[in-house]
Structure formats: structure tokens, C-alpha cells
Ligand binder design. Structure first.
Ligand code: HEC
Ligand code: HEC
Length: 382
């Protein structure tokens, strides 16, 4: 029987659950209403549009559009752009270097800025104590992550390792004390805020949430270099882009064969699930498709000390060696792993875990080759 026929037959006996069409990378959430689906489609056009200096690009930028970076295998996916971030960590306090142009160091300038100052990237902040490379992650499922109640995240936290498992996750917090969850350092609390910040930091596009251009390494923009009136996009355009990102679903994990099922068990047995929590549940939401939904997340949204080899910058409360547990979403399409893309295979990525994840890494190392392969096969189903 073809799968479709099997499902049709099952539906007859009221066993339709589990026969729903698989969600592919880039698909919207199930259960969006018509208005929401329409906004998803309109937002996708904005996410995928390219800005020019005349429409607000720059004067400093990393790329011309969200979809230029988040592009593979579809819009909202990963990308090969690697950004440069920098902060200063002194006396256990993190300085995001706002006075020197902020922690994202833009790698391009518009022709007008280049002409005025003779620079083709933002100057590297002189006070920085560390530099970080950041690959472009998928944004699938981030609306679901945004809708997970803070109480759920806090329930997984164990800052003093009271259960003595060697794992002590803690939440990052924004400058105003709210729990952070977005970005590799989990610094930004809300998805809409991250998106508005991306318009500004990645494209130099001011918007109703970030109204002024970033400085050039702390110095004002020379007169005449950026004549476009601020904000360079309006609330409607920002809202639609937010809707697209918010409504991107998590792709349905691929069906597992026997090896894959064995790999899923091992993932749990050797303690990967201590940080990569397989399913999270959203709380209340004005959007029915995001309300009380369980979804495959494979993260606790908490910071973990990953050891000296992975360490780079601090951000908020996150020390140089602390990173948010990366959600394991759409790994089937990933070609480079970890925050800086240092590893090109899943096996290497697991072996690069250190710090709080050393125990799980060592148990992975100790597995017979067939079991390791099974665990990797499971990861590739995500
Ligand atoms: C120059 C490439 C680039 C552009 C352009 C870009 N991004 Fe990103 N995006 C990144 C990188 C790199 C990160 C990871 C940042 C980090 O780890 O701190 C990221 C992270 C994100 C995240 C957080 C994901 C997570 O796991 O927490 C969201 C949401 C996001 N981007 C949305 C957008 C939107 C919306 C736009 C357009 C307004 C955009 N991005 C433009 C490169 C880009
Ligand atoms: C102590 C918490 C912790 C444990 C335990 C843990 N991880 Fe991770 N994992 C992380 C963090 C944090 C990252 C992000 C690190 C980075 O980007 O440098 C990560 C990243 C990953 C990545 C890379 C994802 C990507 O998109 O680049 C994979 C794959 C992964 N973990 C698999 C595993 C497996 C398999 C195990 C069990 C052997 C495991 N992890 C155990 C915290 C943990």
C-alpha cells in the first residue's frame, strides 16, 4: 500500500493521527489560519528581499537581506556567511562595547561610506578582549522556542549542580533581567527583538524598534552618507517579517529505521538529553498554532560551560566558555557544526564537546563503532 493509501485507510478507522503530511524544511506551522498563512507568505517576500543604499542598506552591513544568509536549503535555513563578533570580558563583567560600535563587527560598507572614510568594514573595537566567528543557523522553530514559558526553562536550570550530574545549566539574562534565549549565547529574550536587531546589525536597516543607525566604531556617521530617512522600514514590514520567522515550523524528523531507533535510545542513555531536551511544550499564545504545542526542540535554552576549546566571547551573563544548548533542528541539511562551523561532520561536532558535556562525550567515544554510527544516523533524521 502507498503511504497515502495507508493513511486514507487508517483515517477510515479513525486512526488518522500520525498520518499527517510531513513538514518539510521551510514549511509553515500546521494549523495556521488563512490570515496567518497569508502573512507568512508576505513576510517571506520581505525576508527574501535585498536592500540597497537607497532603500536603507548600511552604511555598515554584513549582507543585503535576511534571505542572503538564512538561505539553505530554503529561506529561513542555514548559510555559509560567518560573522565577526567581539566583546570585552574584564573582572567577570561583560562589556558589549556599545561605545565602540557594538559587538557585531560589520564586514561591509556602502560606497558612500567607503568614499567618506576609506574603510570597507567596521573597525575592530580596540578594547575587545576576544573575537568570535558565528555561522548562520536555521531559524526554523524559533517561534515555538519563543512561546516556551520561562517557568519551563527555569525548571531545567541547575546552576549549582544540586543533582551532581556534572551539568549545571543556567539562563542568560538581558540587561533588564529578562531571561534570554536567542543567539548562540542566548542573550536576546524575544524573537521579535532579535529580528529587529538583525535588520539593524546585519543590514543597517533602521526600523520602529531600532530607530537609529549604529555608529562607525563609536564615531558618528559622516554627513550625507546615509540620507535615507529613519526608520527605513515601517511597522507593517517589520511585523510581516516577524510573522514569517515566527510561523516557520520544525521539519518533521525523518522516519527512523532500526539503527536510527537504536541511535535515539543511545542519545538518551549516554546523557545527551541532559541538555538537548528532546521535546518542549509551548504555553499560552494568541496564535492557536503556537498554543500548548509539543515540538522536537533538543535544547533546554540554557547556558552550559563547554570548556576552553570552544570558548570565545562573553555576552550578557554568558562567560566566554558558556553557550546556549544548540537546538538540533534540520541537522539533515547541515554541513558545518558548532558556533563557528569548525567541524564538518556530526561525529567531530560531538567529539568537540567539552566542559559540562565531557561525560556525555566520553561515553560517546567509548561506544562500539556500530553504536556511534547509529547515534549519528539518528541525528541525521532531525
Ligand atoms: C550576514 C548574515 C545574516 C543576515 C543578513 C541575517 N542573519 Fe540572522 N543570524 C546570522 C547569524 C550569524 C546568527 C547567529 C548569531 C549568534 O549566534 O549570535 C543569526 C541568528 C538569527 C536568529 C536567532 C537564531 C537562534 O538560534 O537563536 C534569528 C531569529 C535570525 N538570525 C533572524 C534574522 C532575520 C529576521 C534577518 C533579517 C532581518 C536576519 N536574521 C539576517 C546571520 C545573518
Ligand atoms: C552540557 C550540555 C550538553 C550535552 C550533555 C550535550 N550537548 Fe550537544 N551541544 C551543547 C551546546 C552548548 C552546543 C553548542 C556548542 C557550540 O556551538 O559551540 C551543542 C551542540 C551540539 C551539536 C551541534 C549542532 C549544530 O547545529 O552545530 C550537536 C550535533 C550536538 N550538540 C550533539 C550532542 C550529542 C550527540 C550529545 C551526547 C553525546 C550532546 N550533544 C551532549 C550542549 C550539550
Amino acid at each position: 500500500m502507498t503511504p497515502a493509501r495507508a493513511c486514507a485507510a487508517a483515517a477510515l478507522v479513525l486512526l488518522a493521527a500520525g498520518c499527517e503530511r510531513a513538514i518539510k524544511p521551510g514549511d509553515p506551522l500546521r494549523d495556521l489560519n488563512r490570515v496567518e498563512r497569508d502573512r507568512f507568505a508576505q513576510g517571506k517576500v520581505l525576508f527574501d528581499s535585498n536592500f540597497t543604499p537607497a532603500t536603507g542598506l548600511g552604511p555598515l552591513f554584513n549582507s543585503t537581506g535576511c534571505g542572503e544568509c538564512h538561505e539553505a536549503p530554503v529561506k529561513g535555513g542555514r548559510g555559509d556567511e560567518v560573522e565577526v563578533h567581539a566583546t570585552a570580558f574584564r573582572n567577570a563583567v561583560c562589556d558589549p562595547l556599545v561605545a565602540e560600535g557594538g559587538f557585531v563587527i560589520q564586514q561591509h560598507t556602502t560606497p558612500a561610506l567607503k568614499q567618506a572614510l576609506g574603510i570597507d568594514s567596521e573597525p575592530f573595537p580596540p578594547s575587545a578582549t576576544a573575537r568570535a566567528r558565528r555561522t548562520t543557523p536555521v531559524v526554523f522553530g524559533r517561534g515555538l522556542l519563543d512561546a516556551v514559558p520561562e517557568s519551563v526553562i527555569l525548571a531545567y536550570a541547575d546552576p549549582d549542580d544540586k543533582n551532581h550530574d556534572g551539568i549545571s545549566g543556567r539562563p542568560n539574562r538581558f540587561t533588564d533581567g529578562r531571561i534570554g534565549r536567542f543567539g548562540r549565547k542566548g542573550f536576546v529574550p524575544a524573537l521579535d527583538e532579535f529580528n529587529a536587531g538583525a535588520f539593524s546589525a546585519e543590514m543597517g536597516v533602521t526600523n520602529p524598534a531600532v530607530r537609529t543607525e549604529e555608529t562607525i566604531g563609536g564615531k558618528p556617521i559622516p554627513a550625507g552618507v546615509d540620507p535615507t530617512a529613519d526608520p527605513e522600514i515601517d511597522q507593517g514590514q517589520l511585523d510581516l517579517t516577524n510573522a514569517f520567522v515566527r510561523f516557520l515550523a520544525v521539519p518533521t524528523p525523518l522516519k527512523l529505521d532500526r539503527d536510527g531507533r537504536r541511535g535515539r535510545e543511545l542519545f538518551s542513555q549516554i546523557g545527551c538529553v541532559a541538555c538537548h531536551i528532546p521535546t518542549l511544550r509551548t504555553g499560552d499564545s494568541p496564535i492557536a498554532a503556537l498554543r500548548n504545542k509539543e515540538f522536537p526542540a533538543y535544547t533546554d535554552l540554557l547556558l552550559h560551560d563547554m570548556g576552553p576549546d570552544l570558548a570565545d566571547i562573553c555576552l550578557g551573563l554568558a562567560t566566554p566558555s558558556e553557550f546556549r544548548t544548540e537546538p538540533l533542528i534540520d541537522l539533515r541539511d547541515a554541513k558545518a557544526f558548532l558556533h563557528d562551523g569548525r567541524d564538518t561532520t556530526l561525529e567531530q561536532a560531538v567529539l568537540s564537546h567539552g566542559g559540562e558535556a565531557s561525560g556525555a562525550r566520553d561515553r560517546f567515544k567509548a561506544l562500539p563503532p556500530a553504536d556511534r554510527a547509529a547515534l549519528i544516523a539518528f541525528l541525521k533524521s532531525l
